[in-house]
Design a protein around this ligand. Structure first.
Ligand code: FMN
Length: 232
């Protein structure tokens, strides 16, 4: 099966049957999520895995009673940084340099560039930026689940403030962004299972452009030269 076949197979499962996803499949999906790219490699998010039935029932209550949350095997919750700071960025860059056997100050100039960009934008912008990164990981998990023939329902339909409170995220520097129940479809009771997959037609979705289509400005190109920013 190709990735496209897997993506055709998957759908936002509305009814799950409570069956368990084997640990090796769960691990595979989590590894795909961990390997997602992120802006500057910061991975400003983590994943919380929940299979405790009593906790899942509570989460269902703050997710508009969507049944998949109680009937899934595991619920993945992405929680993203609530802002950027020198300390947070340094932690990631130092760990990266340690793994690569490079001095910690290798990325100092680059760190200044991104902090100078992010800090004036304020904490709301920063939390939003971090949340966007978490969605890339989320998408990788959705695709990996499809490859493993594990059903998954991407979900924003929950009250993040209430989930943060329930999972005791307040004060940790993380905020929940998006959730993904993993499990198996109960086809007989799922109204969506046999519905045609509908997407924006290719002609409307994809636009090819050339210089002739672009704004005719004489602004000089801005170059971010990593060769000079990152010490060697
Ligand atoms: C970020 C995001 C949030 C979503 N939230 C919900 C949700 O709370 N509940 C739900 O049943 N489906 C939810 N969906 C599923 C979408 O409605 C679904 O992916 C879309 O209609 C396309 O259908 P398909 O995934 O079956 O191909 C969400 C999807 C995404 C990507």
């Amino acid at each position: 099966m190709s990735l496209i076949d897997d993506l055709q197979w998957r759908y936002a499962t509305k009814k799950m049957n409570g069956a368990k996803v084997p640990q090796e499949k769960l691990d595979y999906i989590l590894e795909a999520a961990r390997l997602a790219p992120s802006s500057s490699g910061l991975q400003p998010y983590k994943i919380i895995v929940i299979s405790d039935k009593a906790l899942l029932e509570k989460i269902k209550g703050i997710a508009f009673n969507q049944s998949q949350i109680a009937d899934c095997s595991h619920l993945l919750v992405w929680a993203a940084w609530d802002g950027y700071s020198d300390a947070r960025i340094s932690n990631v860059f130092n760990a990266t340099m340690d793994e690569r056997g490079l001095p910690h100050d290798t990325m100092d100039n680059y760190k200044s560039v991104i902090l100078n960009m992010y800090e004036p934008k304020g904490q709301d912008w920063q939390a939003h930026h971090a949340a966007k990164q978490s969605y890339i990981s989320f998408a990788m998990a959705i695709a990996a689940a499809a490859e493993q023939k594990v059903d998954a329902t991407p979900m924003e339909g929950f009250v993040p403030e209430q989930l943060d409170e329930l999972l005791q995220l307040n004060g940790t520097g993380y905020k929940s962004t998006v959730i993904l129940p993993l499990g198996y479809r109960e086809a007989a009771n799922d109204w969506l299972v046999n519905m045609k997959k509908v997407r924006t037609p290719k002609a409307d979705f994809i636009t090819e452009m050339t210089t002739a289509d672009a704004a005719q400005t004489d602004g000089a190109p801005v170059t971010l030269n990593l060769e000079t920013i990152v010490k060697k």
